[in-house]
Design a binder for this molecule. Structure first.
Ligand code: PHE
Length: 429
C-alpha cells in the first residue's frame, strides 16, 4: 500500500498545504481581536514566543510521526505502537477533525453567502441557522470534498499552491485600502500599543490555545499531511516556513480589519460577530462614500474568507479520507463521499442551532484539541524511540543536528507540563 502513496511535489508545496490548513478563520476573526484586547504589541510578542517555543516543537512531533510511518493518523499509531493503548490517540486524531469540519464548513457556507451579498453591499440581518445556511454549507462542503477527491497532488497541492499566494496578495491589498481610511490610526494603535499589564497567566493560556488552533495541532492533520512529505525533505525547515506564514497572515489580517473597523467608528468584536455583522456595516459605509471601491473590497474580502476556510476544511477532510482509504480499503472517491456525508449529517445539529454550534466548537477546539496535543507530546517525548525521532528530524544526521537536543527537551519536559496545565484549566474554568 505504501508504494502507491502520493507525495507533495516540493518544499513549497508542503509549506503551502500546511499553511493552507493553518491559515483560516482563527487568523481572521480571533487573532486581531485578541491582540487588541490582551495587550497589543505585548500580546504579539507572547504569541510569537508561544508559537516558536511550543507550537513549533509540537508541530514537529506530529510531523515526525507522519513522515516516519507514511500513514494516516490511525495507521501511524498502529505502526509505531502496535496493539497498545496509544491507538486511542489514532482514533481521537481521526474523530476530532470530523467533528470540527462539521461546523467549520457551516462558517464556510456563511462566507459564500456573504460573498454573493457583497456584490450589492446589501447584507441584511445575520442569520446563522436554518435552511439558507444549510444550502450554502452543502455547497461549501461539496466543493471541499471534490478538491480532496482529486488527490494529494492534483487536488490538495494544486489548490493550496494557487490559494495561499493569492490570499497573501488579497490581504495586503485590503490592508492598504484599510490603512488609508480616515481615522485608521486608531485601529493601528489598538493593535500595537503595548500594554504589559494585560499579560497574565490567562493571557498566556489564550495565546497558546489560539496558537494550537491556528497551527491545526492535535487533530491528526500535521500527521496526515506529513505522511505525504518526501523522506529527503527537511522537516524543520518546512515547519518553520509554515509557522512564519501563519504568523504573518494573522498580523496582516489584523491590519486589514481593525483600521477599517475603527475608521467606521464601531467597537471591535471577535468571532462570527466581527465578520458577519461588524464588517458588513463597515463595507456598507465604504459603499456610501466610494461605491465601486467599497464593493470591490467587500467582494475580495469575502472571497478571501471562503478560500481561507476551504484550504483549512480540505485538511480536515483529508484526515478522514486517508483513514478510510488506508485502513478500510476504500477508493479515494468513495472515501470522500462518505466523509462528506458524515460531516454534512453531523453538521445538521449545528446548522439548525447556533447554541449547539457554539458547544461543538468549544468542546472540540478546547477539550478534544488539547487532549490530542497532550497525547502527542507524551507519545513522542516518552514512548517513541528516540533514535527514530532523531533520524526523522535530522534526515539521518545530515541536517539540523543541533536542533534535536532542544526539540527533545521541549517536547519531553516543557510541553507536557504546560499543556497539562491548560487542559486542566480548560476543564475547571
Ligand atoms: N487553523 C485553522 C484556522 O486558524 C482552523 C483549523 C483548525 C483548521 C483545525 C484545521 C484544523 O482557522
Amino acid at each position: 500500500m505504501a508504494t502507491n502513496r502520493e507525495n507533495f511535489g516540493s518544499r513549497a508545496a508542503v509549506i503551502m498545504a500546511m499553511a493552507g490548513s493553518a491559515i483560516g478563520l482563527g487568523n481572521i476573526w480571533r487573532f486581531p481581536y485578541m491582540v487588541g484586547e490582551y495587550g497589543g504589541a505585548a500580546f504579539i510578542l507572547v504569541f510569537i514566543f508561544c508559537s516558536f517555543l511550543l507550537s513549533f516543537p509540537i508541530f514537529l512531533s506530529e510531523a515526525v510521526v507522519g513522515r516516519r510511518t507514511h500513514s494516516n493518523a490511525l495507521g501511524a499509531m498502529k505502526k509505531l505502537a502496535p496493539k497498545s493503548g496509544w491507538t486511542a490517540l489514532g482514533y481521537l486524531s481521526v474523530i476530532t477533525p470530523m467533528i470540527i469540519v462539521s461546523y467549520y464548513s457551516i462558517v464556510g457556507g456563511w462566507s459564500i453567502e456573504y460573498f454573493f451579498k457583497s456584490f450589492t453591499l446589501n447584507f441584511g440581518e445575520f442569520r446563522p441557522s436554518g435552511w439558507t445556511p444549510l444550502i450554502f454549507n452543502t455547497i461549501f462542503l461539496a466543493l471541499s470534498s471534490i478538491i480532496v477527491a482529486f488527490g494529494v497532488k492534483s487536488g490538495i497541492e494544486k489548490f493550496n499552491k494557487i490559494s495561499i499566494p493569492l490570499l497573501f496578495v488579497l490581504i495586503v491589498l485590503i490592508m492598504i485600502y484599510s490603512l488609508n481610511m480616515p481615522g485608521a490610526e486608531k485601529g493601528v494603535e489598538y493593535l500595537i500599543k503595548p500594554d504589559f499589564s494585560k499579560l497574565t497567566g490567562r493571557t498566556f493560556a489564550f495565546a497558546l490555545g489560539q496558537s494550537f488552533y491556528s497551527m491545526s495541532l492535535g487533530m491528526g492533520i500535521v500527521i496526515t499531511y506529513s505522511s505525504y512529505v518526501h523522506k529527503d525533505e527537511n522537516l524543520v525547515a518546512s515547519g518553520a516556513g509554515t509557522v512564519l506564514a501563519a504568523l504573518l497572515f494573522s498580523v496582516l489580517a489584523g491590519f486589514a480589519i481593525m483600521p477599517a473597523v475603527f475608521s467606521a467608528g464601531i467597537a471591535p468584536s471577535s468571532g462570527p460577530g466581527l465578520v458577519y455583522q461588524t464588517l458588513p456595516h463597515v463595507f456598507s459605509g465604504m459603499g456610501a462614500t466610494a461605491p465601486i471601491l467599497g464593493t470591490l473590497v467587500a467582494v475580495l474580502f469575502f472571497f478571501s474568507v471562503v478560500v481561507a476556510a476551504m484550504t483549512s476544511s480540505i485538511s480536515l477532510l483529508e484526515v478522514g479520507v486517508a483513514f478510510l482509504v488506508e485502513e478500510k480499503g476504500l477508493s479515494r472517491k468513495k472515501a470522500c463521499l462518505i466523509v462528506f456525508l458524515a460531516a454534512w449529517i453531523l453538521g445538521l445539529l449545528s446548522v439548525f442551532s447556533i447554541d449547539i454550534f457554539g458547544k461543538v466548537d468549544a468542546f472540540s477546539s478546547n477539550f478534544l484539541l488539547t487532549a490530542g496535543v497532550l497525547l502527542v507530546v507524551l507519545f513522542v517525548g516518552w514512548k517513541m524511540d528516540k533514535e527514530e525521532i532523531r533520524e526523522e528530524l535530522t534526515n539521518h544526521m545530515t541536517v539540523n543536528k543541533w536542533v534535536f537536543g532542544i526539540f527533545y527537551f521541549l517536547v519531553r519536559y516543557v510541553a507536557p507540563i504546560v499543556v497539562l496545565v491548560i487542559f486542566i484549566s480548560n476543564l475547571v474554568l
